[in-house]
Write a protein that binds this ligand. Structure first.
Ligand SMILES: O=P(O)(O)OC[C@H]1O[C@H](O)[C@H](O)[C@@H](O)[C@@H]1O
Length: 551
């Protein structure tokens, strides 16, 4: 058994779970009128209502004991002070420096990094302002109308999610498009209808070695040349964000068109850097800075608030409570805002690539569950689809409801209806419906007694399903920045409890390696590639279907 599962804090929670499990939240709300008020917290423009959780004051106190036992305070300081907490790659983890207030003396020990960040932001500002003002000209002298952002994973999901979330702030005549997948359809579809004379490509790749991104950039360049443009015109249409300057310049990106990234920023934590360029192009540099300010406010809260009153810590520890003591395997993110519909996809990478691990920082196999499956979608759509499983399925799936109090599009009663659905769902999940309630509902209907009894059983909803609700005034650059930073720190805290390195991603490497060797087998039948019988069959089928000239 691991030290964690043998520890005093863990054992206390296991014991405590036995007394909590039979209790119903419905009864707690009845017995304690102060519950909702007590279990509510505001920070950085967000309010978290965590009262609809299967937790009482004792639970929270035991969860905080676990956080302390696992060294949260020390590791939190270690992250912000630039220690190499990404121990498998020997890297610091300083995405918080990307949104630091440069005049904050706490950052003094990282002055070199803060300086580099500020210089990069200035270069970004200059570029963004030129493009947005129509002063960056394409090779025939026309202003840029379309930007195609090429990148994948962390070099795609954050910018895409933030762009969609902030649509009300978009530039009126500049469009940004995203291409991630190596599927040729993705880039072919995007390029259709674009004009090479007025299109700018931003290649985002921390490593500048990602197969998909390089293939898409090459195809974009081929398309650009087909229009009659020459090599000398590339600098007007291709820029890149990367930490691998050498690879990018060898690839043909003009040195002046390079924006930096650093090895102390993980891909999935990078939208605050020049990786966020497409966002800034769409909403303007000042609004991009507001995103950083929102995140910085959440960083300050995370660093300074006592852990019992700390939003990321509370959310993280409640997640641990369900994952490890209620055998919950999933966590659902429900955005009740159409603009936030890409958030679950973004959080999937943030959380699952960070905490989808089975060995500890020191390489021991864990004997407890780590990161759950993160999924979700847009409310109210999900209510007419997968919410059935949330209400009556057999597993505990904690939910985060995210609800802006004001809409950017206040049409008729739509927002009232949206909010009432959101709040109503949290209530239904918590309260459920008893057999007596179901029977009362059916009383007076035309059904036979047998049918009535059967129907009543099917209408019973156990309730006691946990949820958090996160409110904000409106989805703005500031509140979005705070929201994303909240989830970043939530992920970090869970990684601390589970003793993981949340900042590497070795699991994706094997897929990449094998993908490359399979590609050699597809290109050349004589390639010496070891394939199992199933994969060999798949490769052969693919080769046979290939046009002769390419085979
Ligand atoms: O930015 P890049 O170096 O192109 O990497 C893009 C993505 O590729 C990888 O496979 C990783 O799993 C991601 O964490 C990363 O964000």
């Amino acid at each position: 058994m691991s030290q964690l599962t043998q520890s005093a804090a863990w054992a206390a929670l296991e014991q405590h779970q036995k007394s909590i499990a039979p209790q119903h939240m419905r009864d707690w709300f009845k017995a304690d009128p102060q519950r909702a008020e007590r279990m509510r917290l505001s920070a950085a423009g967000l309010t978290l209502d965590y009262s609809k959780n299967r937790a009482n004051d004792e639970t929270l106190s035991l969860l905080m004991d676990l956080a302390k036992q696992q060294g949260l305070n020390k590791l939190r300081v270690a992250m912000f002070s630039g220690e190499t907490i990404n121990n498998t790659e020997q890297r610091a983890v300083l995405h918080t420096a990307l949104r630091a207030n440069p005049s904050d003396s706490a950052w003094q020990p990282q002055a070199d990094k803060i300086e580099a960040v500020q210089a990069s932001l200035e270069k970004m500002r200059d570029f963004v302002e030129q493009v947005r003002a129509g002063q960056w000209h394409g090779y025939t002298g026309k202003a840029i109308t379309d930007v195609v952002s090429i990148g994948i994973g962390g070099s795609f999901l954050g910018p895409k999610m933030a762009s969609e979330s902030l649509k009300p702030y978009w530039h009126e005549s500049l469009s940004v498009h995203y291409v991630a997948n190596v599927d040729g359809t993705a880039i072919a579809d995007k390029l259709k209808g674009l004009d090479p004379e007025t299109t700018l490509f931003v290649t985002s790749s921390k490593s500048f070695g990602t197969q998909e991104t390089l293939a898409n950039t090459l195809s974009a360049r081929a398309w650009f040349y087909e229009s009659g443009a020459g090599k000398q015109d590339v600098a007007k249409h291709f820029v890149a964000v990367t930490s691998n300057i050498k690879a990018a310049t060898e690839f043909g990106i003009d040195e002046n068109n390079l924006f930096p990234m650093w090895d102390w920023v993980g891909g999935r934590y990078s939208m605050w850097s020049a990786i966020g360029m497409p966002i800034a192009l769409l909403i303007g540099f000042e609004r991009f800075e507001e995103i950083l300010k929102g995140a910085e406010a959440m960083d300050t809260h995370f660093m300074e608030a006592p852990i019992e009153q700390n939003m990321p810590v509370l959310m993280a520890m409640l997640g641990v409570w369900y994952a490890n003591f209620f055998d919950s395997h999933a966590h659902v993110i429900l955005s009740y805002d159409h603009y936030l519909r890409a958030l679950p996809g973004y959080l999937q990478q943030l959380d699952m690539e960070s905490n989808g691990k089975n060995v500890t920082r020191s390489g021991e196999l864990v004997d407890y569950h780590t990161g759950p499956v993160i999924w979700g979608g847009e409310g109210t759509n999900g209510q007419h689809a997968y919410h059935q499983l949330l209400h009556q399925g057999t597993r505990v799936i904690p939910a985060d409801f995210i609800m802006p109090l004001k809409s950017h599009n206040p049409i008729g009663e739509h927002h009232d209806m949206l909010a009432s659905n959101c709040f109503g769902q949290t209530q239904a999940l918590m309260q459920g419906k008893t057999l007596a309630e179901a029977q009362a509902e059916l009383a007076g209907s035309q059904h036979s007694p047998e049918q009535l009894s059967l129907l009543a059983k099917h209408k019973v909803m156990p309730g006691n399903k946990p949820s958090n609700t996160i409110l904000m005034e409106r989805v703005t650059p500031y509140t979005l920045g705070a929201l994303i930073a909240l989830y970043e720190h939530r992920t970090f805290v869970q990684g601390v409890v589970w003793e993981l390195n949340s900042f590497d991603q070795w699991g994706v490497e094997l897929g990449k390696q094998l993908g490359n060797s399979v590609l050699s087998a597809i290109r050349d039948t004589h390639a010496e590639v070891e394939l199992d019988a199933s994969t060999e069959y798949l490769v052969n089928s693919f080769r046979q279907a290939k046009p002769q000239t390419l085979g």
